[in-house]
Write a protein that binds this ligand. Structure first.
Ligand code: PLP
Length: 408
C-alpha cells in the first residue's frame, strides 16, 4: 500500500474531530432557521451568536464586527467591493499588491473596468511590499488599500502593522486577507491596525464554504452584495450556513488555543525540511522570505524541472504537494507571485510548495527526503531545461526554451 503524506495545508486542511463533533448536532437535531422566532430557531440563533463571539475573540474584535460569509473569496470580494462602492463619490483609487490571491486581484481588476483606478504595488525578491512604496502611491483619491497578511504561495508575512499605520494616518480604510496567517501566527485586528480582515474556515481545520469578514465599527462599507433578507444585520443576505459557522467558531477557538505550541512544532519541521532539501539537492532556491515566513510553509524553485512533473512523481509515491504554476487553465503559466518577485520565467516553472500541518511528523519529512532526490535526478536527466542535456535542449519549445510541453 502506498504511504500517504499530506503536504498541502495551504490548499486546505482536514476538519478537526472536535470541530466535526460540534457541527454534527446542527446538521441533524438542531436544524432550525436562526431567523425563526420559535424554539427551534432560537436555539440555533444562540449557537450562531456564540460562534460569532468565538471568531471575534480569536482576532480581538467585537462580535458585531463579524459577518459570516461563504469563505475567503467572498470576504475579499465583499470587503473591497463594499468599501469601493460606498466611497466612489469621494475618490476612485485603490491600492493593492502584486502578490495577492486572485480573490483580491481579480476583484480589484473588475473594479478597474468600472471606473476605478488601481495601483498594484511591486514586491522585493522576498515578496515583501515596501512601506515607502505604499506611502508614495497614496493620492487624495485613494479610498482603499488591500494587502494580504501572509502569502499563500511563498509564505512571506507582510509588515501589516506598518503598512496599515500609513493608511490610518491618511484616514484610508485598510483591508488584509488573513486566510493563510490565521491559526499560524497571531492575528489581532487592533495590533495590526486594520479596518477589514478576511478569514476562511477550511484553512484552519474548519469546514469548507464558510468564512468571515471583520469590519471595524465605523468603517464606511456598502451593505450586502446580495439582494435578499436582513440576515447578518443587513450585511449579508441569505440563510446562514449554520453547521459551517458553528464549525468555524470552534476552529477559531482551537486555532488560538493551540497557536503557540503548534507554530513552534511546525517551525521545527519546516526548518528541518528546508535544511535537508538545501543540503541534499543541488540547484534549488528557497522562495519567499528567509525569516518572515509562515511556520508551516516551505517553497522552492528547482532548476531544470517543471513543478507539475515533480508533483505527479511525488503523488505516485503518495506525497501531496502543490506547485506555483497555474496549470488549471490548461496553460503552464508560472505564478504571478513568483514573477512579481523577479524569479525568471524558467525557474518559476520549477516551483513547488510544501505546506505542513498539525498531523505531519519528522518521519514524513524523512520519507519526503527519501523520495525527492531520486525524483529530481530522474527528471533532470530527461529535462530539456538541463544545460548539460544537449539532446533535450534541442527538443524544447522554440519560443521560450521551457519544454516541449509548454503551450505557448
Ligand atoms: N485568500 C488566500 C490568501 C487564499 O490562500 C485563499 C485560498 O486559497 C483564499 C483567499 C480563498 O479562500 P476560500 O477558498 O475560502 O474562498
Amino acid at each position: 500500500m502506498v504511504r500517504r503524506v499530506y503536504f498541502d495545508h495551504s490548499a486546505t486542511t482536514p476538519v478537526r474531530p472536535e470541530v466535526a463533533e460540534v457541527m454534527q448536532n446542527y446538521l441533524t437535531a438542531n436544524f432550525g432557521n436562526p431567523t425563526s422566532l420559535h424554539y427551534f430557531g432560537r436555539q440555533v440563533r444562540k449557537a450562531l451568536e456564540e460562534a460569532r463571539e468565538k471568531v471575534a475573540a480569536a482576532i480581538g474584535a467585537k462580535p458585531e464586527e463579524i459577518v459570516f460569509t461563504s469563505g475567503g473569496t467572498e470576504s475579499d470580494n465583499m470587503a473591497i467591493h463594499g468599501v469601493a462602492m460606498i466611497n466612489k463619490n469621494r475618490g476612485n483609487h485603490i491600492i493593492t499588491s502584486a502578490v495577492e490571491h486572485h480573490a483580491v486581484i481579480n476583484t480589484v481588476k473588475a473594479l478597474g473596468k468600472q471606473g476605478f483606478t488601481v495601483t498594484i504595488l511591486p514586491v522585493d525578491k522576498y515578496g515583501l511590499v515596501s512601506v515607502e512604496d505604499l506611502a508614495n502611491a497614496i493620492t487624495d483619491k485613494t479610498i482603499l488599500i488591500s494587502i494580504m497578511h501572509a502569502n499563500n504561495e511563498v509564505g512571506t508575512i507582510q509588515p501589516i502593522e506598518e503598512l496599515a499605520a500609513v493608511a490610518r494616518e491618511k484616514g484610508i480604510p485598510f483591508h488584509t486577507d488573513a486566510v493563510q496567517s490565521m491559526g499560524k501566527i497571531p492575528v489581532n485586528v487592533d495590533k495590526l491596525g486594520v479596518d477589514l480582515l478576511t478569514i476562511s474556515g477550511h484553512k484552519i481545520y474548519g469546514p469548507k464554504g464558510v468564512g468571515a469578514l471583520y469590519i471595524r465599527k465605523g468603517t464606511r462599507w456598502r451593505q450586502s452584495l446580495f439582494h435578499g433578507g436582513a440576515q447578518e444585520r443587513l450585511r449579508r443576505a441569505g440563510t446562514e450556513n449554520v453547521p459551517g459557522i458553528i464549525g468555524l467558531g470552534k476552529a477559531c477557538e482551537l486555532a488560538v488555543q493551540d497557536l503557540e505550541k503548534e507554530s513552534a512544532y511546525l517551525t521545527t519541521l519546516r526548518d528541518k525540511l528546508i535544511k535537508e532539501v538545501m543540503d541534499r539537492i543541488s540547484n534549488v532556491r528557497v522562495t519567499g522570505h528567509p525569516t518572515r515566513r509562515l511556520p508551516n510553509h516551505a517553497s522552492f524553485c528547482f532548476e531544470f524541472i517543471e513543478g507539475e512533473s515533480m508533483l505527479l512523481s511525488l503523488d505516485m509515491k503518495g506525497i501531496a504537494a502543490s506547485s506555483g504554476s497555474a496549470c488549471t487553465s490548461g496553460s503552464l503559466e508560472p505564478s504571478h507571485v513568483l514573477l512579481a518577485m523577479g524569479i525568471p520565467h524558467e525557474l518559476a516553472h520549477g516551483s513547488i510548495r510544501i505546506t505542513l500541518g498539525r498531523d505531519n511528523t519528522e518521519a514524513d519529512i524523512d520519507y519526503f527526503m527519501e523520495i525527492m532526490p531520486p525524483i529530481v535526478e530522474r527528471l533532470r536527466a530527461m529535462s530539456p531545461l538541463d544545460q548539460e542535456n544537449e539532446f533535450a535542449m534541442e527538443s524544447s519549445c522554440a519560443a521560450c526554451k521551457v519544454s516541449t510541453s509548454c503551450h505557448r
